[in-house]
Ligand binder design. Structure first.
Ligand code: HEM
Length: 504
């Protein structure tokens, strides 16, 4: 056959194939926009026809702003991707994230599963596997176990107060992003591995937080893409020696657990890794190295930055609302007898509790929707019926500002809303969505986080006057699962009243 005819044959095949692909693409777009079961729900047009719209916003880190604007513009239910909806609805929240839910996590979470590890507590989608993993780590999170570690927590806080006191005396502004990061990494290190980790946050030799931030960025974006972690973990990346943050963070956790396994720890205060190692299943079997690493990996990854964000949120709202700060100072001063305020003392401070709740409500550490798959039988939201198999999620940021629950001032920082009748506060509390609900996949670190938060805010207010250096631009923030904040500069001064109280 002459070469020309082969070419022409190839050419016409080529055109036909192109035309077919183009036609199929058009059909798919038309179907998704007009005939798909989710076509009835409002949302950006591009989001309805392709997942690329959401991937783009996840990649540029502006999802906090996007998800709020979407719900303000379109209402309770918004279409985020061809098969995904975001919902603001208290009843749906309970159905998806409450006790007894049968909604499993969406496949986005597989982007958080380290390839070489045991099933990860956050990423595992199978409820039976998850229940076993959760049981293994549960003893370390009991309130009694956590409270036993309060003095280690206080040591970390005292180190911070010393550093901040020095900056206050020298009159230099402090980057509260870095200062609080070192605190929460110190606490997390102390509680999980028995040693502070704050000094290695951002340090050149071991930028642990930098690795975690890259992990969050990579997993958040790749979780939405076909192939997920294959993009960063494949033969080519391995030959080229391209570093994969998930593997780096995993290897670091594995080495830390190995140190515990190799040491004689009979005479030390047990930390979380000790609790994980001590676990025995119903047949008396101890966990494998990889299973213990999974616990340590998840706790270190989830337990430091989330709390740091919440602490900064409280400082931000306090310094932007001087009357609230003043009222809190007066309350805190009543229990200030010179030493550091304990967790038990914080529980007598009703205004402190209101301030912490309100700042968590306004600025959640994990603001994006947490995707779940609608189970068999579908999900009813208001007058809509959402078919099974649809990916749906509730964003804490949008849910916590639902005017139907929190009133017309839902977007205003107002701690007073928590100070009404106890039943009213309880029902507001039940409508908050900060810790992933109260079901099987909710946050096991909630109590620990609240202890850290109450102690930090009470003691900061007890010891310092503080204000934002630049009120117009308090800090920078990008959202990659967590909100990654940077550059929050504050001016500090030691509190006069304390000096007087001590002199008396
Ligand atoms: C203010 C602080 C915190 C916030 C706002 C927070 C929020 C959350 C949320 C929303 C989830 C559910 C995630 C999802 O379904 O995708 C979660 C899960 C989780 N959190 Fe937290 N968290 C905080 C502190 C902590 C701490 C201190 C620890 C550990 C020491 C921790 C460990 C975990 C773990 C291991 C999971 C996975 C649970 C599972 O899937 O069974 N968190 N957290």
């Amino acid at each position: 056959m002459p070469i020309e005819s082969i070419l022409s044959l190839d050419g016409s095949y080529g055109s036909a194939i192109l035309a077919l692909i183009f036609g199929a693409g058009l059909l798919l777009v038309g179907y998704r926009a007009l005939f798909h079961p989710l076509a009835q729900f409002p949302g950006p047009r591009l989001a309805a026809i392709s997942g690329l719209w959401q991937i783009w916003h996840y990649a540029i880190g502006d999802w906090s702003e996007v998800i709020l604007e979407l719900h303000q513009k379109y209402g309770k239910i918004v279409r985020l991707a061809p098969n995904e909806l975001s919902i603001v609805d208290e009843a749906a929240m309970k159905a998806l994230y409450g006790h007894g839910t049968t909604a499993i996590k969406g496949c986005w979470y597989s982007g958080f599963q380290p390839p070489q590890a045991a099933p990860n507590i956050l990423a595992t989608r199978d409820p039976k596997v998850h229940a076993l993993v959760r049981r293994r780590i549960a003893p370390a999170f009991k309130m009694t176990a956590v409270l036993r570690l309060e003095s280690s927590m206080q040591d970390c806080l005292d180190r911070l107060w010393q550093k901040l006191g020095k900056s206050a005396s020298e009159g230099v502004t402090v980057d509260m992003c870095h200062a609080i990061d070192t605190l929460t990494w110190d606490i997390m290190g102390q509680l999980c591995y028995g040693e502070p980790l704050g000094s290695i946050v951002g340090a050149d030799n071991m930028n642990l937080q930098g690795i975690l931030n890259s992990l969050m960025t990579v997993s958040t974006v790749l979780g939405l893409m076909w192939g997920q972690l294959f993009w960063v973990d494949n033969p080519v990346t391995r030959i080229l020696g391209i570093k994969n943050p998930i593997e780096e963070f995993f290897n670091w956790s594995s080495a830390k657990v190995r140190e515990h396994e190799d040491a004689d720890r009979s005479n030390v205060q047990p930390d979380m890794v000790d609790h994980f190692l001590a676990y025995r299943d119903s047949e008396g079997n101890s966990p494998s190295h990889l299973q213990v690493v999974d616990g340590a990996f998840a706790v270190t990854g989830a337990g430091a930055d989330t709390v740091a964000i919440a602490m900064r949120s409280a400082l931000y709202y306090l310094s932007s609302n001087p009357a609230v700060l003043r009222k809190l100072q007066i309350e805190v001063d009543q229990v200030d007898i010179g030493g550091s305020i304990s967790y038990k003392q914080t529980q007598q401070l009703q205004y402190l509790k209101a301030v912490v709740r309100e700042s968590l409500r306004m600025y959640p550490s994990i603001p994006a929707q947490l995707p779940r798959v609608v189970p068999a039988g579908g999900l009813s939201v208001a007058e809509h019926s959402i078919p099974s198999g649809t990916v749906v999620g509730i964003s804490s940021l949008a849910q916590n500002r639902d005017t139907a629950v929190f009133g017309q001032d839902a977007s205003v920082f107002n701690p007073e809303r928590w100070l009404g009748a106890e039943s009213e506060a309880r029902s507001l509390e039940a409508a908050l969505f900060n810790f992933g609900g109260i079901g099987p996949r909710s946050c096991p670190g909630r109590d620990l986080a609240m202890i850290e938060l109450y102690k930090f805010v009470a003691q900061m207010v007890q010891k310092f006057e503080f204000e934002l250096d630049d009120k117009e631009r308090p800090f920078s923030a990008k959202t990659y699962f967590f909100v990654l904040q940077s550059d929050m500069r504050m001016k500090l001064a030691r509190r006069e009243r304390r000096a007087k109280a001590q002199a008396n």
